[in-house]
Every structure is written in C-alpha cells, then in structure tokens.
Design a protein around this ligand. Structure first.
Ligand SMILES: Nc1nc(=O)c2c([nH]1)NC[C@@H]1CN(c3ccc(C(=O)N[C@@H](CCC(=O)O)C(=O)O)cc3)CN21
Ligand SMILES: CC(C)C(=O)C(=O)O
Ligand SMILES: [Mg+2]
Length: 272
C-alpha cells in the first residue's frame, strides 16, 4: 500500500507555523520546472517557491520585472506536476498586483486555479495591505516578502542590504506585524541585518524565511541554481554553494562533444 505519493505527510501552511513553535527550522528552495522540482521534493525540502527569479535564471533577464503572469503559471504548473510533499508557493509577478486589490485577487486566483499551487507570495508591506486582505479573504494563503524586494529594484538602484537604519528597521517590523495580523502564514526576509531578522522573528508568531538575513530566521531559502553552482557569476556573501554544477556540466558536455567528434559515441552497445 505504500506508494511514493502516500509515504510522506504533505507540508501545509499550518505545519509550517507548528514547526516555528517547535523550533524546527524550515527549508525552502526555488524550482521552475518538473525535473528539478522532482529532485527538490524527494530531498524533503519543506517549501518549494516558484520564484519570479525565473525571470533571471530561466529567461535570462537582468531583473525580475519582465516575467509575466502567464509565464509564472507555466512554471508553477510544471512544478506542481512533480511535487508530492512540499508546499508550493508562487510569486505574483511585477505588474500583476500593484494596480489595485481586485487585480491582485484576480492574479492570485489565476495562479491557484490554473497551476494547482498552494499559496502565493507578494512583495511589500503597508503599500499592499488591501491586496493581501482581499486574497486572504478568498481563502488563498499568502506569504509576505520584506527587506530587499527585487520588484522595486529601480526605486533603490542597488541590491545592497536593506533596513540598516533604525527608522527603516522599525518600519519593517511594523510591516511584519501587519502581515501577521492580516493572516499571512509566513514572511520572507531578504538581505537585512541578522540582528533585525532576530527582532522580527521574536516579535511575530508566524515563521520568517531568510535569504541573506542571518541564522535567526525560522527558515532559509535559496535559489536552487545558486545552491547547485549553476549561476557562477552570482556571488553574494550569503550564498553557500553545495556543488559547482556550472563546471561539472560543462565538463560532461565537452566530453560528449569530443566523444561524438572522435566517434567514441555511440559504441556497439549503444545502437540497434
Ligand atoms: N540567481 C538568483 N538568485 C537570487 O537569489 C535572486 C535572483 N536570482 N533573482 C531575483 C532576486 C534578486 N536577488 C538578489 C540580487 C542581488 C543580490 C546581491 O547581493 N548582489 C550583489 C551585491 C549588490 C550590492 O551590494 O549592491 C552581490 O554581492 O552579488 C542579492 C539578492 C535575490 N534573487
Ligand atoms: C529569492 C526568493 C525569496 C524569491 O523571491 C525568488 O526566487 O523569486
Ligand atoms: Mg521573488
């Protein structure tokens, strides 16, 4: 009776809040396609984020701004087909929720309906309060995202550490408390001082998921291509590479090329 599907209990938004209460750290990674999501899910990652970082790592854009809602839904649909255990969260892309709360809800509904994802993520604090409210009212779980919010890159001009000044730190804490009060189930804290991550994580009861936010977050998230070393030009201090796939894949592919050229591949066993 034990099939791959029924072997593990599915991660839910509630189980993530329980993990914070128990002090069990939450692991989160991005995925954008079926084959990668299969591997990530089987490795027991708790949350899979279909990030708008797909705009960078999948499509090769400079920023996350160009990716469309249709493209996010395509990535999310592929990921959902692969996943048996993880909670799947999808970024609502730039331009699909900022205009007004109704547009935000329409975008969230399209993501949930067309991809089968379990939750959505939006960047921002008090500016998007009404949109978050509306989406939550429709029964769609929302993950917040504060600190470095890449969809606002042109407002700041750099990807430097956010909320270093006390007034910015206090605003971020207020935003986090507001998102918790509205009913968000978790908040990503991107590239803020470790001490601020600690303060936020202590002051709210929903889990914080850090990226470049130090060890005090209730969980950690990375872009899967960064962890695997496929994005060799991306070298922020917070990144730990667990492989050097850019080099390893390059070597394997070069070997294939030379095997074809020198007629080593295919051999007698590799034909009919
Ligand atoms: N491959 C990838 N990984 C990510 O983590 C990621 C994306 N893409 N795209 C969307 C956002 C953008 N993110 C970023 C982008 C830059 C830095 C960063 O630290 N950049 C510079 C420092 C810039 C500065 O200090 O002005 C660096 O050290 O590489 C961090 C997160 C996180 N997200
Ligand atoms: C880096 C994470 C938090 C993200 O938003 C993304 O991958 O798009
Ligand atoms: Mg994102």
């Amino acid at each position: 009776m034990s099939t791959a599907k029924s072997e593990y209990k599915r991660v839910t938004v509630k189980s993530l809040v329980d993990m914070k209460q128990k002090g069990e750290k939450i692991s989160m990674l991005t995925s954008y396609d079926y084959s990668m999501a299969k591997i990530v899910d089987a490795a027991m990652v708790d949350v899979i984020l279909v990030g708008d970082s797909a705009s960078n790592v999948m499509a090769g854009h400079e920023t996350t701004l160009p990716i469309t809602l249709d493209q996010m839904i395509y990535h999310a649909t592929s990921v959902i087909r692969a996943v048996n255990r993880a909670l799947v969260v999808v970024d609502i892309p730039f331009g699909s929720y900022q205009s007004d709360p109704k547009e935000a809800l329409r975008s969230a509904i399209r993501i949930m309906k067309e991809s089968g994802a379990h939750a959505v993520k939006l960047e921002g604090g008090c500016e998007i309060k009404e949109s978050v409210k509306r989406i939550l009212n429709a029964g769609i779980p929302v993950m917040g995202h504060l600190g470095l919010t890449p969809q606002s890159i042109y407002k700041f001009g750099t990807y430097s550490v956010r909320a270093k000044e006390e007034d910015e730190a206090e605003k971020l804490i207020e935003d986090a408390k507001m998102l918790e009060k509205l009913g968000c189930f978790a908040i990503v804290l991107e590239k803020i001082p470790a001490e601020l991550t600690k303060r936020v994580s202590e002051q709210i009861s929903i889990p914080t998921i850090g990226i470049g936010g130090g060890p005090h977050a209730d969980g950690q998230v990375l872009v899967i291509h960064d962890l695997l070393g496929m994005t060799h030009e991306f070298n922020p201090r917070f990144l730990r590479r667990y492989m050097n796939l850019y080099e390893e894949m390059g070597n394997a592919i070069s070997k294939y090329v030379s095997d074809v050229k020198n007629q080593d591949f295919p051999n007698e066993d590799e034909q009919y």
